[in-house]
Design a protein around this ligand. Sequence first.
Ligand SMILES: Cc1ncc(COP(=O)(O)O)c(C=O)c1O
Length: 391
Amino acid sequence: MPAPSARLNRIPPYLFGEMARLKAQAIAEGRDLIDLGIGDPDQPSPESVIAALAEAARNPETHRYDESPAGWPPFLEAAARWYRRRFGVELDPGSELLLLIGSKEGLAHLAWAYIDPGDLALVPDPAYTVYKVNTLLAGGEIHTMPLRRESGFLPDLGEIPTEVARRAKLLYLNYPNNPTGAVAPLEFFAAVVAFAREHDIVVCHDAAYTEVYYDDYRPVSFLQTPGAREVGIEIHSASKTFNMTGWRVGWAAGNPEVLRILNRLKSNIDSKQFPAVDMAAAYALDTWTEDRPTLRLYRKRRDILVNGLRRLGFDVEPPKASFYVWLPVPAEMTASEFARLLLERAGVLVIPGIGYGECGEGYVRLSLTVAGDRDGERLAEAVERIGRALG
Ligand SMILES: Cc1ncc(COP(=O)(O)O)c(C=O)c1O
């Protein structure tokens, strides 16, 4: 067999390998594992959206290629309506929206659309690994922007050396943030717009978690910031908002030129998804409401977990948004050692922060999407087991 592309060697080593092995072992031994590892909604997709899919699937018009330029037009129109209703942002569905096969696809292809060998992208650390890996696969280099607790896990743009900023073509951001659960205020986005203007950088804001929020907090859109659509795009997803990760629907919004370039690449790679899925996702957007049962369940789980961990002596913040709790590990341990201890002694699976970048060392990520939990009882059990394991 011929050798695979040398490009594949640029993918950093898989840091969750050891955890995956220990998880498989625990399951094989028949242990009752509480999996706080995976960030995938455990609740089903809404019944009404499933009904909309069934109806759309019976329409023969959906059985063919979607030959529209930027995605099924009724979906893009629904996305524009949703942006107006949710963020007060007006978008032209004909030029300022682009359908994606899930947000991961758009985040990845954006790097391929802009990065040549030797080009540079600014990437947060810790972060969802897709930004970094695809920049590297495209032959580019990354400059990491550390996210530190003392700065609210927002990057310090003033720390980026001028010559690095000058070379950078792309800047990835993600708020509400995976893995830290941090949120960004509009003032931060205003500083990002000024920075991107000054250095001629395309901003890509990954907004996959804007619809997972608690109490009175509502995450903002990057596009609410004056000047944002002149410098970049925002990428959304039906995945976490509507418990639809398997459906593969995302959309990019903002700068028409960036969307055109991304679409130019995409139209040579994919042929979009099953249009019935887009029609159901349009229905989901049109019937979106602030108050969803899944959010009430996450909130209950968050409070049980965070209050319980605090009682055990952990210095941990309740997230205002996202379904992640970013937990500082005891001082004498690495993140991987702590995750291993919790798995072996408590049967609780968490993700070592180092898997999201070097600045994730010292933390583990706990997800509130716990399969099999009905009303927070598995989180209460996890806290109890962690207490016993450490006691
Ligand atoms: C920060 C972030 N962005 C994007 C995604 C991808 O979501 P999807 O491709 O399902 O839209 C994820 C998935 O976990 C994520 O954590």
